[in-house]
Every structure is written in structure tokens, then in C-alpha cells.
Design a protein around this ligand. Structure first.
Ligand SMILES: *Cc1c(COP(=O)(O)O)cnc(C)c1O
Length: 365
């Protein structure tokens, strides 16, 4: 059982849809599929414009950095993915300032607003909705609202790779919302998507940058249901399938189910003495801080057929991350908390009495 927070398992109906014969990307057949996928994408992102890029999520991050920073960037680094925005700025010699936090501490409205007040060169802010390194939810909507009240010309770029498809994101004050195929959208890796506000489109139009990642070329082409370069046809077919399925289930229903599953999982693990790592946990994953992370993960894999993620860098061997993204079945999460409790018994940490599963089920039903 795969419950890592990306890549997530690809549902069978999506794999089947993607196994059809390869379509040429410059044909009316593919353009019709593209148009349908694009409409669904605009709907889930809840933004007026969007593009799909043949790249992993980092490609979309880079495209946003180069096309939407015209002066100076402010990046929020509370984990590996936030740090990446800074590294992209460095690679392009783009001036930036970084707000650095521990991986379990969210950025605050006050910190960001005082930074932009102190430096009027900043014209773009880059932040994760969920920083996947620690499962941390930043208050992106509140930050975006406060920033726009001070200076509406500052672009807010939100990395929603582990948030789009997990929860409703209020895009009122967001200029670019990034997502990728292999996390909440349950597709194989290789496709990234960005939603844009009208202001973002105007800013990109004024000064586009890059060649392959030139967002103006893509926006122009994708309005006409085609792409500047060869489209990732198979993945776009898969994206259309998964978005249609999510729409059929109901976007709100999926968000509610995910939220309930995430909360029940956190409650279950806390009930057996484990500690939730982030101060403000995102619903994409449950992150537990434990010095026994390596031993627990090894036992889960060998004895209980469960694969969950650990941590990176200074959190290597210190955390457990359990996925809630995508169409996870309740019985999978139930098995996960139960297996963790069993593994803790096997390792002599705590005697098994079924508490985790009981608390999980009480939360779910
Ligand atoms: C996975 C992830 C990325 C990077 O995506 P790649 O597809 O590996 O390039 C960026 N941001 C967040 C929050 C992620 O979880």
C-alpha cells in the first residue's frame, strides 16, 4: 500500500484512458480533449487563465519566478520547496530576499507585510500553500489579502502542488497558483499547471521571459487549445479523466472527505502518544515527529505492507509523513493508523490496544 505524499497511486480508470494510441498533438481530436481538460482545470483552479506545461512542478515554479519577478522576489523558506524558489532566483541572477523559518512554523501576515514595507523593490512573493517538507500550511490567503491592501501591484505566487485538489483555495488575491500531476491529482509525473489572475497575465504580457518556459507564448497558444511546443498528450488525457471524476464526486465533497480523513488520522496518532510536527498542519498529509521514524517505517514496510514517507535533510529519521491526497479509501487510512500502532508495539514503544483505529473510526463515522 502506497501512502507517500507524492507520487500518489494512479487510479485504474486513468491508467486505462492513458493506454490508448498516441494522438498527434496538432489534430482536431487532440484539441477537443485539450479544450475539455483546460475547462476543467480553470474550474478546479478557480482562476480566469491557466496553462499546462510539459515539466514537473519545478518547471512551473521556474516559469513563475522568471516571468513574474520584474524587480525583486520575496521567497518564504520553511522547507525544501520554499528554499527552491530562492535557488531558482539564484540560478537566474534574480534579486531576492528570503524569509527563513523552521519547517514546522508558518509565515505570518505581520512578517510579510513588514518585509514589503521595508523594501519597495519587492514585486513578487513566492510561497507554498502546503510546504510538503513538513506538511505545513502557510496562511497564504490572509498574507495575499494583506499584501494587496498595501500594494496591489505585488504578485502573489502560490505553490499549490500539494494543495490543489486537497482543499478549496481562495484565489481572490492570488496571481499564480501552481500545481503538478503526481501529487493530489494522482497522475504520473511530468505535467505541471499554473492558474493566473488577469493581473498576472497583464504583467507577463508586459515583460515575458525565458524560451521554453516563456509564459506569454503558452498563454497565447493555450487560449486556442494548443501548446507552443509538443504537448504532453498522454498526461493531458489523464488530467481530463481525473478532473472529470473529481467534478462528478464534487469538488467540495472531495475537500470535505480529505479534511475529515486528515483530522481523524491526526487525532488517532495523537491518541497513541505521537506528536504532530507542524504548528499548522495541512490536510495533504499528516506529519508526525518521532525519533523512531526509521524503525517504524522499516517495520511498516516489512510487516504491514505499508509505504509512508520519512523526512529530508535535518528531518531525516525524525518524521513520518502519511498521504491524504487523492482518492484515498477510508480503509487505507484506517489500516495506516492501525499498522503504525502495531509497529510501535513490535518495537516496544507502546503496547497495542487498538486505540488508534478506534479513534480514527470515531472521527470518520
Ligand atoms: C513535489 C513538490 C514540488 C516539486 O515538484 P516536482 O514535480 O518534483 O518538480 C514543489 N512544491 C511542492 C510543495 C511539492 O510538494
Amino acid at each position: 500500500m502506497l501512502l507517500t505524499p507524492g507520487p500518489t497511486a494512479v487510479p485504474e480508470f486513468v491508467r486505462t484512458a492513458m493506454s490508448n494510441e498516441t494522438l498527434h498533438h496538432r489534430t482536431p481530436e487532440f484539441e477537443a480533449i485539450f479544450a475539455n481538460t483546460r475547462q476543467l482545470l480553470l474550474e478546479i483552479l478557480d482562476m480566469p487563465e491557466a496553462v499546462m506545461l510539459a515539466s514537473s512542478g519545478t518547471g512551473a515554479m521556474e516559469a513563475c519566478v522568471i516571468n513574474l519577478t520584474h524587480q525583486k522576489a520575496l521567497t518564504v523558506n520553511a522547507g525544501k520547496f520554499g528554499q527552491r524558489f530562492g535557488k531558482i532566483c539564484e540560478a537566474h541572477n534574480i534579486e531576492y530576499t528570503e524569509l527563513v523559518h523552521d519547517w514546522n512554523v508558518p509565515a505570518t501576515v505581520e512578517e510579510i507585510t513588514s518585509m514589503i514595507k521595508a523594501d519597495d523593490k519587492i514585486d513578487a512573493i513566492f510561497i507554498q500553500v502546503c510546504e510538503s517538507a513538513g506538511g505545513l500550511r502557510h496562511p497564504v490567503e490572509q498574507i495575499a489579502k494583506a499584501v494587496k491592501a498595501i500594494n496591489p501591484a505585488i504578485s502573489i505566487i502560490a505553490d499549490g502542488i500539494t494543495a490543489v485538489g486537497v482543499e478549496k483555495i481562495d484565489t481572490t488575491n492570488i496571481d499564480a497558483l501552481i500545481t503538478g500531476s503526481q501529487k493530489a491529482l494522482m497522475l504520473p509525473p511530468g505535467l505541471s499547471m499554473i492558474g493566473f489572475s488577469n493581473d498576472a497575465v497583464a504583467k507577463i504580457t508586459k515583460k515575458p521571459a525565458g524560451y521554453y518556459l516563456n509564459l506569454l507564448s503558452e498563454i497565447k497558444k493555450q487560449k486556442d487549445n494548443t501548446t507552443a511546443y509538443t504537448a504532453a498528450t498522454t498526461l493531458i488525457i489523464g488530467l481530463g479523466e481525473i478532473l472529470a471524476k473529481i467534478k462528478e464526486i464534487g469538488f467540495e465533497k472531495l475537500y470535505e472527505d480529505t479534511s475529515k480523513r486528515a483530522k481523524s488520522t491526526r487525532d488517532a496518532l495523537v491518541s497513541i502518544g505521537l506528536e504532530v510536527y507542524p504548528a499548522t498542519p495541512a490536510n495533504a498529509m499528516t506529519t508526525i515527529y518521532t525519533e523512531d521514524s526509521n524503525a517504524i517505517r522499516k517495520t511498516l514496510k516489512e510487516k504491514y505492507d505499508l509505504n509512508i514517507a520519512g523526512g529530508q535533510d535535518h528531518l531525516k529519521g525524525k518524521i513520518l509523513r502519511i498521504n491524504h491526497m487523492g482518492l484515498v479509501n477510508d480503509y487505507e487510512s484506517s489500516w495506516a493508523v492501525n499498522a503504525i500502532e502495531k509497529a510501535m508495539d513490535d518495537l516496544g514503544i507502546r503496547t497495542f490496544d487498538g486505540t488508534a483505529n478506534k479513534v480514527f473510526m470515531q472521527g470518520m463515522f
